[in-house]
Each structure stands twice: as C-alpha cells, then as structure tokens.
Design a protein around this ligand. Structure first.
Ligand code: ADP
Length: 507
C-alpha cells in the first residue's frame, strides 16, 4: 500500500521534452513581443510629434489671422476641418474665457470647457498626453495674440525688486482629441496574425520535439525489457547498442548478470558440497554401527575398535561444522577484527611451537627464519588460525623426512610471511582453484589427514580482512610456497578497496 503511494520519480523524457519546447518557443515569443511593442511605441511617438507639429502650425496660422479675436460664427476654417478629418479626431477652439468657439463635432459650441488641458494651455503651456488604456491622445496648444502683450506674473504678485516679465497675450486654446488606436490598426492586425503564427510554430515545434523524443528514448524501453528478460533468465545478453552510453550500460549489466549467475552457481555448489561433506562421516558411522549390530558375540576389543572409528568420524563432522561456521561468519563480513600491536617474531614462534609435535610425528623438520624484528597491527587469534591452516597443510602434504621453512620479513608498509615446504606440490591446473571452498587436489589424501577442504579458503578470508593478499607457488613433486603480505598498520576504511584489489591480484 505504502509502496504504491510512494511518489513516482519524474520521467526524463517529459523533462527533456518540456525543456526543449520551452527553449525553442520562449526566445521566439519574447523577441517578437519586444519587436511588436517597440513598433507600437515608435508609431505612437511619431504620431504624437506629427500631430503636435500640425497643431503648432495651425496655432501660428490662427495667430496670424487673429482668428479668435475676430471670430464670427459663420467663419469656417478649412485647416481645422482638414486636420480633424485626417486624424479622425475632434478639434475645439476656445477663447481666453474657455468658451468653445469651434467644435468639429458641433456638440459643445458656446459652452464652456474648463478642462485641465484648456486651463494649462491658457497658462502658457501646451499639453501632449496619451491615455494608454483608451489610446486617446489629447493635445492643447495656446493661440497667442500677435500684437498685445501681457504680464507673465501679475504686478501685485511680483516679489520685491523682481522685474516684470511679458509674453504675448493668449487669445484662446486649440484642444485636439485623437483616437490613436486607428493609427496602430495595421500593427494590431500584424500582432494578431503573429499570435496565430506563434500557435502554429509552437504546434510544429511540439510535434517535431515529440517525434525526436520518441525516437531518442525508444532504446530506453528496449533496454529495460532486455534487462527484464535477462533477470527472468530468458536471455543472457543485452544487445541495445544504439548509443555509446547504452553500450556501456549493456556491458555493465551483462557483467552484473554473469556475476549474479556465477554467485548463484557457487552458492548451489556450496550447498551440495556441504551436504555431501556432512553426509560422508554420517554414512561411515551408520556402516560401522550396522556392522557391529549384525555381528554376534562380538569381543569387547572389536567393539572398542568400532567405537574409536565412530568417535573419529564424529571428530571429523565436528571439524567440518566448525570450519563451516568460521567461513560463513567471515564471508558474511560479520567478523570484527580485534586488532592489536603484536610482535610477529614471537607470535610465529608460538604458532610453530604448537604445531611442531605434529611435524615431529611425521618426521618433518620445521624451521623459522626471521630477517628482522617485526611488529604489526593484527588480529592475533584469527591470523593464528590462518597460519596454522597453512603450516598444517605443509605438514599434511609433505614427504617423509621433508622440511618446512617459515620466514618473516618486512618493508616500510608490509610484512611478509613465507611458508615453504618440500612436499608433494600442486599440479598447475589445480592452482586457480586452491582457495575455493571444499577444493582438494587429492580428496582421499585430504580426508585421510583430516582435511575439510576449507582451510585455505578460511586463511584467505582472514588475510583479506587484514587488507592483505595471499599467493601460492608450487612445483609438482618438489614443494609449495605460500606468501602472505599484510600492511603493518591496519586501516579499517581500506577494507573494501584493498579486498577488491587483492581479489583481482589473486585471480
Ligand atoms: P584440506 O582441508 O583438504 O587441506 P585446504 O583448503 O587446506 O583443504 O587445502 C586445499 C587443497 O590444497 C588440499 O586438499 C591440498 O590438495 C592442496 N594443498 C594445500 N596446501 C598444500 C601444500 N602445502 N602442498 C600440497 N598441496 C596442498
């Protein structure tokens, strides 16, 4: 329930699609918007200056004709009508008392227009104002009297010592109201056509990007279904190689599948080996027990002999179980090393002392050669198990009257333990499998000597935990040499890296 409610991650193809569409359309729309807006502005500005030029000329003409002071109702001024017609606007002429003398709309004649535009013009300032919402341009222009003058500031308002200033007397005002949207009709038409163009272009872009996306992302779907097929086991290879990146993914997934398969195989092999190994002593014990049960009047000697054999098989079973437990703990990585600074010379001597009775019993000389005193950070108990396994092998697989030489050396970073023997040696083809669980070159000999086939595998795991490496060199019939290399200082973090490196080296 919770799983299904989990937020699904976004689809890459949707993100890329939206991104490309935006990148393709935003610049197109914004550039054309900027262009059309500046075209509108330019058109309005040129209209404003053209109209104010014409109104100024008209004002000068009316001034020259003394139009306002000599106005009589029947007067018709052609210039006024013309300008109003050309611009499709309204022109009013008022006298200095704000009374409308001329109105091209004929609505306000003889009424008073005391709008702020008229009043501003009467104070000597022309107005040029565009109402952007209604696109209405209002122009007001004073009409001066060519002869009479008047004070700019009335005498009574003059400050002390201020010279009176004169200007031409204002007879009246030209007030023009023009609807500028007429002038920008063409541009409005162009811009609405442009909207259509945008929609068409956007649709085209969306279609093209969609088709490209489908083509580009098709291999993603294929790679997923091929991985699914490989996971289900119906196919072993991923063959999507449309892009270099996919080739790499295919190769990596291929490697992963091979590894999973080999892990699976080795797990199955391990389970069947374990069952087999555990069954062998049980079978022997059953045979021994059945034999003794079917025998009549068995002398106590024979009973004892059979019981000794059964006890030996029990020991063997116990050893196998112990080794299995160690290996499973080591492999699960659940083992914490308890590392301490150890004098290696003394440590090796004590290990050899413990195995020397077995060597002596087999008539084998056990030598220890140390090049210098070495001390390192190790888990003494675990490394003792590893070294004992190797030295015991050197005894088990040795010849009568043979020898074993253990030597210790070091450099700045590592210490090296070499275990050489004069034993039976290992055939070349067996070398790559030596550290595998349950691998034994000679099964009978191993079993006879109490081997479980797990000793070297355990030794390798322990050396790996110390971030070290173990190698074997052997000459069939002449002897075998194992070399262990471990860092003098233990660093916990190096574990995975070094382990991988040493695994690679080993292989
Ligand atoms: P085992 O319990 O059988 O000794 P190991 O894992 O310790 O298992 O060793 C694996 C196999 O490697 C042995 O069965 C043996 O055939 C071979 N081997 C190990 N050490 C030596 C050695 N020093 N000389 C010859 N063969 C060896």
């Amino acid at each position: 329930m919770n799983e299904s409610r989990k937020k699904r991650p976004p689809r890459l193809r949707v993100i890329v699609f939206v991104f490309i569409v935006l990148i393709a359309t935003i610049p197109m729309i914004s550039v054309s918007l900027v262009l059309i807006n500046s075209a509108f502005d330019r058109e309005i500005e040129s209209g404003k200056s053209e109209l104010s030029g014409q109104v100024l000329i008209l004002a000068n003409q009316l001034q020259a004709d003394d139009y306002v002071s000599h106005y009589i109702t029947s007067d018709k001024n052609v210039a006024i009508e013309q300008i109003a017609d050309i611009w499709g606007g309204r022109i009013q002429i008022t006298n200095a008392g704000c009374k409308v003398l001329v109105d091209t709309y004929g609505l306000d004649i003889s009424r008073y227009n005391i709008s702020e535009y008229v009043l501003t013009a009467l104070s000597g300032q022309s107005v040029n104002y565009l109402d952007e919402q209604s696109m209405t341009l209002v122009l007001s222009q004073p009409i001066y009297n060519s002869e009479e003058k008047e004070l700019v500031v009335p005498l009574e308002e003059l400050a002390d010592g201020q010279e009176p200033e004169y200007r031409s007397k204002i007879d009246g005002v030209i007030l023009v109201t023009v609807d500028m949207s007429r002038r920008t009709t063409t541009l409005t038409g162009i811009s609405s056509q442009m909207y259509l163009l945008w929609i068409a272009a956007a649709c085209l872009i969306i279609l093209i990007v969609f088709l490209v996306m489908v083509r580009l992302f098709r291999p993603f779907g294929r790679i997923v279904s091929e991985i699914d097929a490989a996971v289900e086991g119906t196919s072993k290879r991923i063959s999507v190689r449309s892009y270099l990146e996919f080739s790499r993914i295919s190769d990596a997934v291929g490697r992963l599948i091979t590894r999973i398969n080999s892990l699976d195989e080795s797990r199955q092999e391990f389970v069947s080996n374990v069952s087999h190994e555990l069954k062998t002593p049980i079978t022997s014990m059953r045979v021994l027990a059945d034999t003794i049960n079917t025998m009549e009047d068995v002398p106590p000697e024979t009973y004892r002999e059979f019981m000794r054999d059964i006890s030996g098989e029990l020991d063997r079973e116990g050893r196998i179980i112990d080794d299995l437990l160690s290996i499973s703990r080591l492999e699960a990585g659940r083992v914490d090393l308890s590392v301490s600074q150890v004098n290696l010379n003394e440590w090796i001597e004590s290990v050899l002392r413990r195995v020397s009775p077995i060597a002596k019993a087999s008539g084998i000389d056990l030598l220890f050669e140390s090049f210098r005193p070495v001390s390192a950070e190790i888990d003494e108990i675990k490394l003792t198990l590893a070294l004992t396994n190797i030295v015991e092998n050197a005894i088990k697989y040795n010849k009568e009257g043979g020898w074993i030489k253990v030597s210790l050396n070091s450099d700045h970073h590592y210490f090296f333990i070499k275990i050489e023997d004069s034993g039976i040696g290992i055939p070349k083809e067996a070398m790559p499998h030596l550290f595998e669980r349950f691998y034994r070159v000679d099964k009978d000999r191993s079993r006879e000597s109490g081997g479980t086939g797990l000793g070297l595998s355990i030794a390798k795991q322990i050396v790996n935990l110390h971030h070290g490496a173990i190698r074997a060199y052997s000459e069939l019939g002449e002897g075998t040499t194992f070399v262990i290399r471990i860092p003098l200082e233990y660093h916990e973090k190096e574990l995975s890296l070094q382990q991988e490196a040493s695994d690679e080296e080993d292989s």
